[in-house]
Design a binder for this molecule. Structure first.
Ligand code: S3P
Length: 429
């Protein structure tokens, strides 16, 4: 599908962003292995989270919905999953595959999990190795690095993981496997990655302790089904926040967006660039911090240097941050972000190629991007490379560029932001 964009009129008023993708996945997974029902409201009905529902159904869990973003999971407890009769398909979703591998590692049965062409190229050894050391047998191509992966789980021993990467998917896979091991499993990471798994495990009744970059979990807890109200996804909100920051006259409110500090690096960096963003009515919902976000055009963004501990806090927002950088004055350097190469696409390459099509001055670095901002961008025909965040970043660039933009392969946006196209069309001149 092609998405056509013209330079936009101002973005005005309230826009609702769909539920958080990371939290939606976790609510279904924990709901499935908890005792009793879990009611999930504002669930993200994007394709990634539908893949998680589909896998859990194949593992014998009855799930109602999504119906108006409401999902009911009839949990069967830690030991209630059944051997799947067919291959589990995680689609495009790295979170589904890596987190589910953690759960499958603890099951006394055989399962096979695969995904689409992009996911079958993404590295899984980062989870299959520690899960193997815990006692699961996992086989796949390239030394169990590439899906399809066959898992024979069960009889896990607790583990201490000192992870080389700051990855919530790695941390979560090991913690979920740790639920099935008698004793304490701990994970240490170089920088703190998103902590939704820790928060939700605690909310469902597990014994979890967090101390800086270390997480400790006691195995074999009794998880109890809960009501989870999923906050709006800051990763989706970021596209509209950047759009409002670069399209003259814009002034928008995004109600009920998650502002967990392990996710809100994009706000910190946009503030540093000079963006006009306010957090209104800050509150806590279901163990997660939430706020209404107001974003207004300022017309004077400037370049920044971003790296280190900030990177895991905005890793999914780098494509749209690069758009802001291309439209800002001065140079932006994004470093320590080599992880971008193993996302839904190689985002160092695809962001540079996409912005280059608009006439932006962007250089690829081994671990990030260097953007010399301030050029007048010209509408372009860009490819999504099957990557939802590249497609949306291109659409936002198109709003601020001169002339028409076409985003090819824009159907992948449904992976995380169903309704994005409708919002964009509503603001076109
Ligand atoms: C996610 C963790 C991040 C992120 C992904 C979602 C999660 O991946 O990029 O979109 O829900 O845990 P990594 O753990 O690979 O950094």
């Amino acid at each position: 599908m092609d998405l056509r964009i013209e330079p936009a009129g101002a973005l005005k008023g309230k826009y609702s962003v769909p539920g958080d993708k990371s939290i939606s996945h976790r609510a279904v997974m924990l709901g499935a292995i908890a005792e009793g029902d879990t009611l999930i409201e504002n669930f993200l009905p994007g394709e990634d989270c539908l893949s998680t529902i589909d896998c859990m159904r194949k593992l014998g869990i009855e799930i109602e919905g999504p119906d108006n973003a409401v999902v009911k999971v009839h949990g069967r407890g830690l030991d209630g999953l059944a051997e799947p009769e067919d291959i589990l398909d995680a689609g495009n979703s790295g979170t589904t595959m890596r987190l589910l591998l953690g759960i499958l590692a603890g099951q006394p049965f055989f399962s096979v999990i695969t995904g689409d062409a992009s996911l079958r190229r993404r590295p899984m050894a980062r989870v299959t190795e520690p899960l193997g050391q815990m006692g699961a047998q996992i086989e796949g191509r390239q030394g169990s690095n590439l899906a399809p992966l066959a898992v024979r789980g069960g009889n896990l021993t607790p583990f201490f993981l000192n992870s080389a990467v700051a990855s919530a998917q790695v941390k979560s896979a090991v913690l979920l496997a740790g639920l099935y091991a008698k004793g304490a499993t701990t994970v240490t990471e170089p920088y703190r990655s998103r902590d939704h798994t820790e928060r939700m495990l605690e909310y469902f009744g597990a014994d979890v302790e967090v101390n800086g970059n270390h997480v400790w979990l006691s195995g074999r807890p009794c998880l109890k089904g809960q009501k989870v109200v999923v906050p709006g996804d800051i990763s989706s909100a970021a596209f509209l926040i950047v759009a409002a920051s670069v399209v003259p006259g814009s002034d928008i409110i995004l109600p009920g967006v998650g502002v967990n500090p392990t996710r809100s690096g994009i706000l910190d960096v946009l503030w540093e660039m000079g963006a006009d963003i306010e957090l209104l009515d800050r509150r806590d919902e279901g163990g997660e911090p939430v706020a209404d976000i107001r974003a207004r055009y300022t017309g004077k963004l400037s370049g920044v240097t971003v790296g280190g501990e900030t990177i895991p806090r905005l890793i999914d927002e780098v494509p749209v941050l690069a758009v802001a950088a291309a439209l800002a004055g001065g140079v932006t350097i994004i470093k320590d972000a080599a992880e971008l190469k193993v996302k839904e696409s190689d985002r160092i390459a695809t962001v540079a190629a996409m912005l280059g099509m608009f006439g932006a001055d962007v250089e690829q670095l081994p671990d990030g991007l260097l953007v010399r901002g301030g050029r007048q961008l010209k509408g372009a025909v860009c490819e999504s490379h099957g990557d939802h965040r590249i497609a949306m970043a291109a659409a936002v660039t198109g709003l601020a560029a001169e002339g028409e933009t076409v985003v090819r392969g824009a159907e992948c946006i449904d992976v995380s932001f169903p309704g994005f196209e409708t919002i964009i069309k509503s603001i076109l001149k």
